[in-house]
Design a protein around this ligand. Sequence first.
Ligand SMILES: Cc1cc2nc3c(=O)[nH]c(=O)nc-3n(C[C@H](O)[C@H](O)[C@H](O)COP(=O)(O)OP(=O)(O)OC[C@H]3O[C@@H](n4cnc5c(N)ncnc54)[C@H](O)[C@@H]3O)c2cc1C
Length: 406
Amino acid sequence: MRFDFAIVGGGIVGLATVRAILKRQPGARVLLLEKEARFAAHQTGHNSGVIHAGVYYAPGSLKARLCRDGAIATKAFCRQNDIPFDVCGKLIVATNALELERMQALEGRARQNGIEVERLTADDLRVREPNIAGLGALFVAATGIVSYSAICAALACEVTEKGAQLRLGSKVRAIAEDPQGVTIETEGETFHADRLIACAGLQSDRVARMAGLELDCRIVPFRGEYYVLPPERNHVVRHLIYPVPDPDLPFLGIHLTRMIDGRVTVGPNAVLGFSREGYGRGAVSASDLYDMARFPGFWKTLGIHWKSGLRESRNALSRNGYLAECRKYCPSLTLNDLQPYPAGIRAQAVARDGTLIHDFLFAQSPRMLHVVNAPSPAATSAFPIAEMILDRMLGVTGQAGAINAA
Ligand SMILES: Cc1cc2nc3c(=O)[nH]c(=O)nc-3n(C[C@H](O)[C@H](O)[C@H](O)COP(=O)(O)OP(=O)(O)OC[C@H]3O[C@@H](n4cnc5c(N)ncnc54)[C@H](O)[C@@H]3O)c2cc1C
């Protein structure tokens, strides 16, 4: 059977893209290929579950707009599908003078992005969150929590009912494009489609290169290690508690996150990973290491970020170091409060010059679109990202090449 669209990847971006196609072209023949035995098996199912409001992103940027629109669309989808979510609000807490300065800049950004924020003094903060200490904080009421795996399960049901074919356990091994369409090979099966959209997360660069596209970046895995509080400590916070982030890094810092299942996680940190899909501590993949070592941008980014890298690695190796980061804003936490919890792994695109790419990045050819970088908050933004992917895909006439969406 020939398909109108083939999608690679059953994370939230791939599934939302199938839904967007079927909304725009009801009856289209759509195939989704996912190599794992379940949807949301990688980043989408190993994240903090936060519906971000969009405080952090440059005013007017695509990332800011996608996040704001995505938060609205995510909450609407949850309401329609009876998926539990909670708009519990978040506090961004400054614990020193530099962070206070950065917090003021964030406040300006949030207002320019049209997001309501409330500035709290140290005393206001103590009233709102008795276990949290800081020189001041920003309260973002619109931030929420959800299970993105639950959203994927509902998306899979909806698009299957509308006729999409979703294949689990189908790893794409070869892709060939010609003027008539795209041929996709998995182990033992060959499919033909008019167009292909790849949303392959941690494997995005490999899938794009497998399809013959040239890329000037590679995916470097960054582990996000979490702990979880023991149940009797779940009351320690009422909201989500975030530090003020370092504007040079694309990670938000170790936060206290209320999860939709009632637990409270601590994390994630951001440490260089040695395996793209190995979740255990100390997981190493020889092929992932080899690919990283051959890419000059990897060594350059190590040179640029070695200080923060060392700090993060030290804290990852010692629970005491990790605890010290959290105690800056939640002094009552103890080592006993840091119970084991599964890690996540971020697909971080790194450019040839060592720059960490903060924005969405797409590589496109006449019949293919590859989502090369879909960093946080791509789970929040997945619905509008899917619409944007379709706009780009259906409007394309030009040559292959990488397009930065920012
Ligand atoms: C630790 C962590 C915390 C985060 N917290 C948040 C948050 O709170 N809020 C938020 O909005 N975002 C958050 N993010 C970001 C968000 O999770 C990701 O941006 C988003 O899930 C990306 O979705 P995706 O579909 O692009 O990728 P993925 O979920 O990684 O899906 C890609 C899929 O492609 C499949 N695939 C790859 N290669 C092939 C192949 N050859 N054949 C077939 N299938 C293939 C994979 O198996 C995978 O299922 C976080 C990310 C991490 C790692």
